[in-house]
Design a binder for this molecule. Structure first.
Ligand code: G6Q
Length: 544
């Protein structure tokens, strides 16, 4: 891949957007809505049952037209085709990027190095389904013959955040007679608290690690092994209580798990894009094969939309372009994702990895430093809780924070008027953020002059509203795919590698050097900076 010619900031569409920004930066959403009564109906898009209202953004039709031109000039369409056709678009790792193959229906064909990868995907899915059915149905039992009632997923990053997010999101569909826990942190507290009330004879550990070398996961896996052996007293119990999910059969065997109890995946599945692979086995255990298939179908529906819909009507493309608009032209630093559904409480954390690990990059594909901002900071909490804490800053602070509000028409737990109150809150927030409250309006309510500035809301705070009928496995798949492809769109325009993660790799190496310096009995000779050296000595002294 060569540098864009011309570079991004010299492209005609970029330049036009810079000029257009000058014209629009001080225009208020109140004006945009007043001048264009059809705006709220027109600036919307719908696909696969997901509705996006982007009318409360600081954009006009011209903005969208220019953003779409930028996407075209940057070759977004060709990049999409390259991903779907199995090209090695993860240049720094020389890998294809094919999470879309994980949800491709049987019969579709996607070639990597001349080999169709779809049949292997379905083979693993079939094995996973059979395994999960046998655990859920009680045919496959623990070493002492007791039923498996507890499942503990041991993994971190991409091998944890997808599974835990999906489990929480789809709890409504899960087998309530089983307990699911997720251990990720190398802090022993995580393991101890997750297992303290579990019976080892009824507990299955899923050791999830693409590489099977990750410090945290291997440390927790060894503790899980000891915990199991302490109770069951026989090495043969391991085969009944441990399965592995990995691409590294050699390390799985070295750890002591028979590859018959291993579910594989492939180097073209990035960790943060792996929740549909065997990494999702805990999800499958929780909700069963049928619902898992529905989730995959949801992903696939949005994949197809992303691949085929015109850019201007393409939901993930629109979301990605709007993120670029605020990040690169308005100078916004963050994007808040605010799901109005308690089941989506881990969704923002999941998106943080997806978005920030993918697009937190400072050089283009050919290694040239960028002269524009790349990935914004994503953050969020479910509504309405956030309203009683950080929304204050979004409403009245000095920063521009574009927000995605996500809501559903029907609750999975209808309870009196709860759901209407929830949705009313969502709508009221986006309305208030867009239109604010002028000093005149505040004073007309009888507010004294001295207090009016404090009670005035500037408004003009941009939001997207994403609505779907109900949070089902299918909807979850659609939502995740929406963000995956929005991330792709942004990365394609910035011309960065959204699929490597050298910063994470660095973190994996760094601790290795310090571990023996902390644990050795002899006073280590330290060659770090003076701060790190002193902290190591202090830790050793404090620990005793
Ligand atoms: C994801 C990253 C990273 C990874 C974890 C766990 O895209 O690569 O978050 O998932 O570091 O890695 P393993 O699955 O290899 O243990």
């Amino acid at each position: 891949m060569t540098t864009q010619t011309p570079p991004l900031t010299a492209r005609p569409a970029w330049r036009a957007l810079e000029d257009h920004y000058q014209a629009i930066r001080d225009v208020h959403l109140r004006t945009l809505f007043a001048e264009d009564p059809g705006r709220g109906e027109r600036l919307t898009a719908e696909a696969a049952g997901v509705f996006l209202d982007y009318s409360k953004n600081r954009v006009t039709d011209e903005t969208i037209r220019l953003l779409v031109s930028l996407a075209e000039e940057c070759g977004l369409r060709q990049r999409i085709d390259a991903m779907f056709s199995g090209e090695k678009i993860n240049l720094t790792e020389r890998r294809a990027v094919l999470h879309v193959a994980l949800r491709a229906p049987k019969g579709q064909s996607i070639l990597v190095d001349g080999e169709d990868v779809v049949p292997a995907v379905h083979d693993v899915l079939a094995r996973m389904s059979a395994f999960c059915e046998s655990v859920r149905g009680g045919a496959r039992r623990g070493y002492t013959g007791r039923r498996i009632r507890n499942v503990v997923n041991v993994g971190i990053g991409g091998s944890d955040l997808g599974p835990v997010m999906a489990y929480e999101a789809l709890k409504h569909y899960s087998d309530r007679s089983m307990t699911f826990r997720f251990v990720s942190n190398v802090d022993g507290t995580d393991f101890v608290e997750a297992t303290r009330d579990l019976d080892p004879a009824e507990t299955l550990f899923i050791i999830s690690s693409k590489t099977f070398t990750t410090l945290e996961t291997m440390t927790n896996a060894r503790s899980a092994r000891e915990w199991t052996l302490r109770a069951l007293g026989d090495e043969r119990a391991i085969a009944k209580h441990f399965i592995a999910v990995s691409t590294n059969a050699k390390e799985v065997t070295a750890f002591g798990i028979d590859t018959a109890n291993m579910f594989g995946f492939w180097d073209w599945v990035g960790g943060r894009y792996s929740m549909d692979s065997a990494i999702g086995v805990s999800t499958l255990l929780a909700i069963g094969p049928e619902q898992f298939q529905r989730m995959l179908a949801g992903f696939h529906a949005v994949d197809e939309h992303f691949r085929t819909a015109p850019l201007a009507r393409n939901l993930p493309v629109l979301l990605g372009l709007l993120a670029i608009w605020y990040n690169n032209f308005f100078g916004a630093q963050t994007i808040a994702v605010l799901p109005y559904d308690q089941y989506l409480k881990r969704f923002p954390a999941y998106l943080q990895q997806l978005t920030m690990e993918s697009n937190g990059k400072h050089v283009t594909l050919d290694g040239t430093p960028v002269d524009y901002q790349t990935g914004p900071i994503y953050w969020g909490e479910p509504g309405t809780n956030g309203q009683h804490s950080f929304y204050q800053l979004i409403h009245q602070g000095t920063r521009l924070i574009p927000c995605d509000f996500i809501g559903f028409a029907r609750s999975l737990n209808p309870l009196g008027s709860h759901h209407d109150l929830l949705v009313a809150s969502l709508l009221a927030q986006t309305e208030a953020l867009a239109f604010g409250k002028t000093a005149e309006e505040v004073k007309a309510e009888g507010t004294p002059d001295w207090l009016a500035p404090h009670r005035t809301f500037e408004g003009n705070r941009p939001t997207n509203t994403i609505l779907a009928e109900q949070l089902t496995p299918e909807t979850l798949g659609k939502l995740v795919a929406l963000y995956e492809h929005s991330v792709f769109t942004q990365g394609a325009i910035w011309q960065i590698d959204s699929f490597d993660q050298w910063g994470v790799e660095l973190g994996k190496e760094l601790a290795g050097r310090i571990i023996p310096e902390l644990t050795g009995t002899a006073e280590p000779s330290l060659a770090h900076d003076s701060s790190t050296n002193a902290l190591i000595r202090r830790y050793r002294a404090m620990r005793g």
